[in-house]
Design a protein around this ligand. Structure first.
Ligand code: HEM
Length: 549
């Protein structure tokens, strides 16, 4: 063998000839053998990677900044509240209002008074155009059934990379696909079918009433929002998915409720500061993200369990109770049991589970909050419950239809504290509202919370007055849409109202309650509108008769 070239045998400073630098050798023992080991450094490679990452970071920052400038320029003709930071936009105001014990929809009400009914706000690189005009609400939601904007609804599809609602009916943006999904689920919400669920509603409520008895001594503080959360979870689990062994009511750990709450927290976090919330390197931010991701997994795994159980029953040809998943699980043949199909069923499961539980629980909590602060309303409600329900142990569908005053109370609660404060839509073409052009592709917010407090449509809007709904008035048509409007109206509206009536009627029948004194009603938004203090109250027994099931 000939000699190596001179330049290969002479020593020279590192990185003179190649991108790889070697150190060593070290002697390493492996059993009785002695081996030589060297350390190799791909130095230039590493350097290049660092440069590339820095460049990428700077480029994304510049891209984000140019987007922000473009948005401010695009909407310069629309009124907008003064921003405190060019980069964050009104996210700063949102943070401040949160610290003051308020929320975004409260800000909308304040801004509407200053700027009129059409204005724009910016959250980093995202615009929200507020259109608080009932005629426009009708046009967008009913006449043209405008699309849901990607930026808002996609946030609930995946939470920090973990699949959550995926392509479920709520987050489905393709209208053709959505129509198929909605058609499949509509029969599960027909009145006839809901009537058959009264047994399950009564079972869950009785369980809650029995649980409350041990705490009804007039001096133990009960966080009623938590109790309503449990019962609405139990109802949706039984009625919708045939899950009878959840035991959430007697379980104080509330792991599923907490998981659902976390996922709402995740949606709110991604909506507020989508970019930063994903990359925030601080430990508490990372922990929060991880908690939200594992909560998504908890909800979805529970869904998988329910769906697989039904699939197994179908395969075995066993009888299975008729629940929502009877409409959800369509398996024409064995080949259709694929992971892809199952994932889609879980999307739908998570959607119904989450949409049906938190919202209804908040409606019941706010009812207690407002009724507890208005003794005359409370008295009337008790009188009506005594008259319609009396000492009955089973509340029937027909009974709920007789609870006319309660119906007015629920309507008023949904005006003053709607669990979902608004919906978002996008316009395919430019539109003019009040002489102002809203450019095509805008994120438009239709806010029932703000419209529900608008003096143009409501007398003394800050006053809680169920009587205002006694007369049918065309004044507030399209200025009130707690369940949304048009083709994408809430599919569970009747389900929720029926549930609230059964729970509240039984509660009023069996217990007297007083809110814990000196606790202010403060609200915040984390997906849904919630009472900050979780409705603390004291209970006393009024009547003793829970059905023996
Ligand atoms: C007080 C209780 C409830 C309120 C205030 C409420 C409110 C709403 C609102 C405002 C929407 C429209 C969302 C949007 O377009 O962004 C909606 C949609 C929806 N809600 Fe409800 N909801 C309630 C209870 C329920 C219940 C009990 C269920 C199911 C069991 C349910 C299932 C759904 C579903 C699946 C959608 C999507 C409908 C579609 O896009 O076709 N909701 N709800």
């Amino acid at each position: 063998m000939s000699d190596l070239p001179v330049d290969r045998v002479e020593s020279s400073p590192p990185f003179t000839y190649c991108d790889v630098d070697c150190f060593g050798p070290w002697l390493v023992k492996e059993g009785r053998k002695e081996l030589k080991r060297r350390l190799v450094m791909f130095f230039k490679f590493l350097f290049l990677a660092c440069v590339l990452i820095t460049l990428l970071f700077v480029a994304s920052f510049l891209y984000l900044f140019s987007q922000i400038l473009y948005l401010r320029w695009r909407y310069r003709h629309l009124p907008s509240p003064k921003t405190k930071s060019l980069f964050l936009g009104h996210a700063v105001d949102m943070r401040e209002v949160g610290k003051r014990g308020g929320h975004l929809s409260m800000l909308y009400v304040e801004w509407q008074k200053l700027l009129g009914s059409v204005f724009v706000v910016f959250i980093v690189n995202r615009e929200i155009v507020l259109c608080l005009e009932p005629a426009f609400v009708k046009e967008v939601m009913i006449t043209s059934n405008s699309k849901k904007p990607k930026q808002f609804y996609e946030t609930a599809k995946y939470l920090f990379g973990q699949r959550f609602l995926g392509g479920g009916i709520l987050t489905q943006l393709n209208n053709i696909q959505w129509a198929k999904q909605r058609k499949m689920m509509n029969p599960a919400f027909r009145r006839g079918y809901l009537k058959e669920l009264m047994g399950q509603y009564n079972d869950s409520v009785d369980e809650l009433m029995t649980y409350l008895k041990q705490k009804a001594d007039g001096k133990t503080e009960i966080l009623m929002a938590q109790q309503f959360n449990k019962v609405s979870l139990d109802i949706i689990a039984k009625v919708a998915f045939g899950e009878y062994n959840l035991n959430v009511i007697s379980d104080d750990a509330m792991f599923l409720n907490t998981a659902i709450e976390d996922t709402f927290d995740g949606i709110a976090m991604q909506l507020k500061l989508s970019f930063f919330s994903r990359i925030d390197p601080r430990k508490e931010a990372r922990d929060r993200r991880n908690k939200i991701k594992s909560s998504c997994a908890v909800v979805r795994n529970f869904g998988r369990k329910c769906i697989m159980r039904r699939i197994q029953a179908m395969k075995d040809g066993r009888d299975y109770p008729m629940t929502f998943d009877s409409y959800l699980v369509h398996l024409p043949n064995q080949d259709s049991i694929t992971e892809y199909n199952i994932s889609h069923m879980i999307d739908e499961f998570a959607t119904f589970f989450v949409a049906g539980q938190e919202t209804t629980a908040q409606l019941m909590s706010f009812t207690c909050e407002y009724v507890g602060r208005h003794p005359q309303v409370y008295q009337k409600l008790k009188e009506e419950t005594d008259e319609v329900i009396g000492s009955k142990t089973f509340i029937s569908y027909e009974d709920t239809c007789q609870l006319k005053y309660m119906n007015l109370v629920l309507k008023e609660v949904l005006r003053i504290a709607p669990p979902l404060t608004g919906v978002q839509r996008t316009n395919e073409e430019d539109i003019i509202v009040n002489g102002l052009k809203i450019p095509a592709g805008s994120n438009i917010s239709l806010n029932t919370y703000a419209l529900g407090r608008d003096e143009r449509f409501w007398d003394e809007p800050e006053v809680f007055n169920p009587e205002r709904f006694r007369e049918k008035s065309s004044r507030h048509m399209y200025a009130y849409f707690p369940f949304s409007l048009g083709p994408r109206v809430c599919i569970g509206q009747q389900f929720a109202l029926l549930e609230a009536k059964v729970v509240l009627a039984k509660f009023l029948q069996l217990y007297k309650f007083t809110l814990v004194p000196n606790v202010q009603l403060k609200t915040y938004i984390a997906g849904t509108l919630k009472p900050v203090h979780k409705t603390p109250l004291y209970l006393n027994v009024r009547r003793e008769n829970v059905r023996s099931s």
